[in-house]
Ligand binder design. Structure first.
Ligand SMILES: [Zn+2]
Length: 373
């Protein structure tokens, strides 16, 4: 069954015209009043900060009758060069044990046959160990040269300890290298509790690049770089690969066909409460998408462009924090009660301007570590 899921975003799209509504929301069950929030809390007298206290928190699940888009193409990509002969082996160089995010670490190696003679021209690729077995890393492919030598990037684009190997397809199976391990450190100390994150089990296939599109109509001038920066943080947290697929005219969760979501991947748009009814009232962003069984097929993030955001990634009502929150929903994250997480439903500003400990644990569960779909 195809379902359309979306939820209301962090904060009010407009300040309550009087203090009554705002205070009532502050006292709502299960909410942490801003005065009790952690670091980065807004100054209580600032209007924009008080706006941050309003929210609509519930995750709304709407049964949909619209047939969702087809599943994205799945499967590992292996160069269709010559297959290495039976008995071939792959030798690889050692790698550093611990590295920083995105540090370029080259894995050098050679494909040889059973007698140790070099085998040139075979396809090689990096696979990482996941809960579902070995998984190909999108884009980590190459072809061995005439002497069987190759250079491939180690998987340093996402956090955690990654056990990986290099494989080469052969006529009778797959030649594999000894496994290597590399740990990618988080460049900040994530705040909060590891168990704070909650996820919907439906996820994008991490073994296929996820395309994304942006509707620039009404978007801020830096929309492209803003979305790319948010996706870079999501990639670091999940191991998912995102590729820009161009602009589009859709507005997620509007009355457009399929709710304004792209045919596959994630669509981003800035719009008004008139165009997206879910943004009326106190919500200023929506995120979510289509799922089919365990697979997330297309998602959307829509931001209320009539709201006056702060620039940057930290503090209440920052545009970066809002995009990260709604992107979290688009990937499958749900609201949490830990106020230090990006997925806390009050826009009080998560520490570090990034996903924190609970967010990261939840994102890991729907990323490459979970294996291919
Ligand atoms: Zn939310």
């Amino acid at each position: 069954m195809i379902e359309l899921m979306f939820d209301h975003g962090n904060t009010g799209s407009s300040c309550a015209p009087n203090g009554h509504e705002l205070n009532a929301l502050l006292r709502g069950p299960g909410r942490v009043p801003i005065a009790e929030s952690e670091m980065n809390r807004p100054a209580p007298r600032r209007l924009s900060a008080l706006c941050g206290a309003t929210l609509v928190a519930a995750l709304t699940l709407l049964p949909g009758s619209i047939v969702g888009p087809g599943a994205v193409a799945a499967g590992a990509v292996v160069p269709s060069a010559r297959l290495a002969p039976a008995g071939a082996r792959v030798m690889v160089s050692p790698v550093p044990r611990r590295v920083a995010l995105d540090r370029r670490v080259v894995v050098r190696g050679q494909v040889v046959d059973g007698s140790g003679a070099p085998v040139g021209g075979s396809g090689v690729e990096v696979e990482v160990s996941t809960r579902g077995g070995w998984a190909a890393v999108p884009g980590s492919t190459s072809v061995a040269d005439a002497l069987g030598r190759f250079r491939l990037p180690a998987p340093t684009f996402y956090y955690g300890r990654h056990v990986f190997r290099v494989v080469a397809p052969t006529a009778t199976g797959t030649a594999v290298s000894p496994s290597r391990a590399i740990t990618v450190r988080t460049p900040f100390r994530p705040a909060g509790r590891a168990g704070a994150g909650r996820v919907d089990p439906a996820r994008f296939d991490p073994c296929t690049a996820v395309p994304y599109r942006i509707n620039f109509s009404g978007a801020p001038g830096n929309a492209r770089s803003l979305v790319a920066a948010a996706l870079h943080k999501a990639r670091a947290a999940t191991g998912l690969t995102f590729v820009y697929a161009g602009s589009y005219a859709g507005i997620p969760f509007s009355r457009q066909g399929d709710g304004g979501l792209p045919a596959s991947g994630i669509g981003f748009a800035w719009t008004t409460p008139r165009e997206v009814r879910g943004l009326a009232g106190s919500a200023i962003g929506l995120g979510g998408g289509w799922t089919s069984g365990r697979r997330r097929t297309s998602s959307g993030v829509v931001i209320d462009r009539t709201f006056h955001y702060r620039r940057g990634w930290t503090g209440a009502n920052s545009i970066g924090g809002l995009v990260l929150h709604e992107l979290g929903h688009a990937l499958g994250l749900e609201h949490v009660s830990d106020p230090q997480q990006q997925m806390y439903p009050l826009d009080i500003g998560a520490p570090h301007g990034d996903y924190n400990r609970g967010d990261l644990a939840a994102l890991r569960r729907i990323g490459l570590d979970a294996g291919c779909l």
